[in-house]
Design a protein around this ligand. Structure first.
Ligand SMILES: NC(=O)C1=CN([C@@H]2O[C@H](COP(=O)(O)OP(=O)(O)OC[C@H]3O[C@@H](n4cnc5c(N)ncnc54)[C@H](OP(=O)(O)O)[C@@H]3O)[C@@H](O)[C@H]2O)[C@H](O)CC1
Ligand SMILES: [K+]
Length: 511
């Protein structure tokens, strides 16, 4: 599923009308889909369709017409004058002209009490869509506040009114929808917070804009789902041995602070690395060894030994509980010098707060940085605010760093230095718990150790991590996450069924 900008969607619209379906046909399909969604989701109750002056309102006029045909009790309101409508919206309004009422009657209770919204009503929000260009005020704002204060169900067309398509940030109060119906692709607001949470359940409907057109106008930005990376994961064959499944080295913090590295190591083992080793100072070995069975431990006396041990791994993880110290900086530099694929997280990022460009000079294309918003701000100060769009800010960061950057959150963005990005919304809020980032880092390191690209390793890990959190539900702690991996990985495997892999070998005997 593609994520595209408002301008790109307008261009896709324009190209489609030029070479295929007219704007009026697209609007008809859009409005019809919304009417059907209302009818199927809420088969009873009054429906109130609230339209603005643009094409979002146009979709609303069409939806009104189809809802009438479906036999629904439905009323139609317009903000502004019919005379100000133009283009396809004007055409759609002409078919329902006699039914249009001024939206002001919804606000002025003395004028018409019967239009007080109540529980069980359904509001179709067609006030503003992709064309919203500024904070709401006047009637728009009052209507949004009125609708949000009721218990009526709300279906927003394209985006909830008040939300701006190209950012997740809110500049004024916006509609809180139960369902948002959008067309052929997603926009930033559907996946990035805070706007994303206002969309409710999102339904992407095909109104006739082809994938070819979207690919032509759009960037390589997709929703992060198994369909974009599942076939890139390696599966062992019957003759694979553990040394062919990669060796992951997780560099631990000091004695007493090795829990984070142990979480990462265990996650790495679960995700499939054949060998996982915790690398630590001699003083940290006893506690690591005591709690690890299949994970090995190895001590290093100094940075030269760490370099040698790391250089023999096929994937590395460093940063969780490493300490914001000069020693951590040296270790990062040394680990990067090995050229081995590496995940840098937490302290391994924060430690470069004062001179991020020094880190950028050391990074290579097999690196993955996994900052949360605070750590991102340390490395790329002001970038998020300046770009105003989390997806594009992360893409810029990946370009500056020259490697994959995962900006973690409810809406994690995985960006590659070539401009591609994937946005992950798959996960539970209970992931906000100690150690969950350490688990993620271990997973990414493990896929990379097995030869998967940095971009696919990060994408697969973020999704599987999210899926595990959903399986865990409430009360989840980081230690639990790993227990869900086998079932999730088996499901992914079963969906793909790589032709070169045979798990269960059937041998039948007949007598
Ligand atoms: N392929 C598709 O995605 C399809 C989309 N459709 C629908 O079309 C809209 C986009 O339509 P557009 O006309 O570009 O935009 P809007 O309807 O959202 O709004 C434009 C009008 O609203 C005014 N405006 C903008 N911001 C505000 C504001 N904050 N307050 C008040 N008024 C505002 C704007 O006026 P200006 O003064 O800014 O010029 C316009 O009058 C898309 O969302 C879909 O629903 C197609 O119908 C199907 C294909
Ligand atoms: K809307």
């Amino acid at each position: 599923m593609r994520i595209i900008s408002v301008n790109q969607m307008n261009e896709a619209d324009r190209r489609t009308s030029e070479f295929g379906l007219s704007g009026a046909s697209l609007m008809d399909a859009a409005g019809r889909a919304c009417a059907e969604m209302v009818h199927n989701t809420w088969p009873d109750g009054r429906v109130i369709v609230l339209c603005g002056q643009g094409n979002n309102g146009g979709d609303g006029f069409v939806a009104y017409r189809y809802l009438e045909q479906l036999g629904r009790q439905v009323s139609l309101f317009l903000i502004g004058d019919v005379g100000d409508l133009s283009g396809d919206a004007e055409g759609a309004a002409e078919l329902v002209l006699d039914d249009i009422q001024a939206a002001s009657v919804l606000l002025d209770k003395s004028e018409n009490d019967s239009f007080e919204l109540s529980e069980g009503d359904v509001v179709v929000d067609a006030m503003l869509g992709a064309g919203n260009s500024r904070p709401l005020e006047g009637e728009f704002l009052q209507l949004v506040q009125l609708i949000n204060a009721t218990k009526a169900h709300v279906l927003s067309i394209d985006v909830p009114t008040g939300v701006r398509g190209d950012t997740g940030a809110l500049s004024s109060e916006a509609i809180c929808a139960d369902i948002t119906v959008t067309f052929n692709a997603l926009k930033t607001a559907h996946v990035i917070e805070s706007a994303a949470s206002l969309c409710g359940a999102i339904s992407v409907v095909d109104v006739g804009i082809s994938e070819e057109t979207l690919a032509y106008v759009g960037d390589e930005i997709f929703l992060n789902r198994p369909d974009v990376w599942a076939d890139k994961l390696p599966w062992p064959t019957r003759s694979t041995h553990k040394h062919q499944r990669g060796s992951l080295g997780v560099v631990a913090g000091e004695a007493g602070k090795t829990g984070a590295a142990r979480l990462a190591a265990r996650a790495g083992l679960r995700v499939g690395a054949g060998l996982v080793t915790l690398l630590g100072h001699a003083s940290a070995i006893p506690e690591m060894a005591a709690s690890s069975l299949a994970v090995m431990t190895k001590d290093y006396a100094d940075i030269d030994e760490l370099y040698l041990l790391s250089a023999s791994q096929s994937g590395l993880v460093f940063g969780p509980a490493a300490g914001v110290t000069e020693g951590t900086r040296f270790k990062v530099a040394s680990l990067l010098q090995t050229g081995v694929p590496i995940v840098l997280d937490a302290d391994a990022l924060t430690v470069f707060k004062d001179d991020p460009s020094f880190l950028f000079g050391l990074l290579h294309e097999k690196c993955v940085l996994t900052p949360h918003e605070g750590e991102f701000e340390s490395l790329f100060p002001g970038l998020l605010a300046e770009v105003g769009n989390k997806i594009n800010a992360t893409r810029t960061a990946a370009n500056i760093a020259g490697c994959v950057v995962v900006l973690k959150g409810a809406d994690s963005v995985i960006a590659s230095p070539d401009g591609a990005a994937r946005v992950n919304v798959h996960g539970s809020p209970f992931l906000a718990t100690a150690g969950s980032g350490d688990v993620l880092a271990g997973m990414i390191g493990s896929w990379m150790a097995q030869g998967v690209s940095a971009y696919d390793s990060a994408s697969a890990s973020v999704w599987i991590h999210g899926e595990a959190s959903l399986s865990g539900g409430a009360g989840l702690i980081s230690e639990d996450l790993m227990d869900y991996f086998p079932r999730i990985l088996t499901r992914i495997y079963e969906e793909i069924r790589p032709s070169n892999v045979l798990w269960e070998r059937k041998i039948e005997f007949s007598t």
